[in-house]
Design a binder for this molecule. Structure first.
Ligand code: FES
Length: 129
């Protein structure tokens, strides 16, 4: 897992390499009371240590008390870098911020349809991974 902080966009993002060729980025702060969520690799979900909220790989709620989803951020491997498309709280979410369907039990699938880039210029490249 990787913790990505984007100060100018007020985002703290957790990026996980969940399956072969599949990366997922979500807000690191739980939507209940703001604790940092943890990734559970065997269950392939995110769990909050404070009160037990759970979210799927795309940030959708699986278990309360949180009732709000985490924002999802598109992440993909390009060459040796994982590129995460980041957007701020006041930006229109880019087209690829739509989570893939069924992120809990999906088999590895062709993700070519999800690799389009947005035109907002908000792409951030990670370095040093
Ligand atoms: Fe995460 Fe309460 S802060 S469940």
């Amino acid at each position: 897992t990787y913790h990505l902080t984007v100060e100018d966009l007020e985002r703290e993002i957790l990026v996980v390499h969940a399956r072969r060729d599949e990366y997922f980025g979500v807000d690191i702060k739980c939507k209940h009371k703001g604790c940092d969520i943890n990734y559970q690799p065997t269950e392939k979900l995110f769990r909050c240590p404070c009160h037990g909220s759970e979210y799927d790989l795309a940030g959708a709620n699986l278990k309360g008390p949180s009732v709000k989803p985490l924002n999802y951020y598109h992440a993909e491997l390009r060459g040796n870098e994982v590129v995460v498309t980041v957007y701020g709280p006041n930006d229109t979410p880019p087209a690829n911020a739509t989570p893939p369907k069924d992120t809990t039990h999906r088999e590895v699938a062709d993700s070519s349809a999800a690799s389009q880039q947005d035109s907002t210029g908000a792409n951030k490249k990670s370095t040093g991974w």
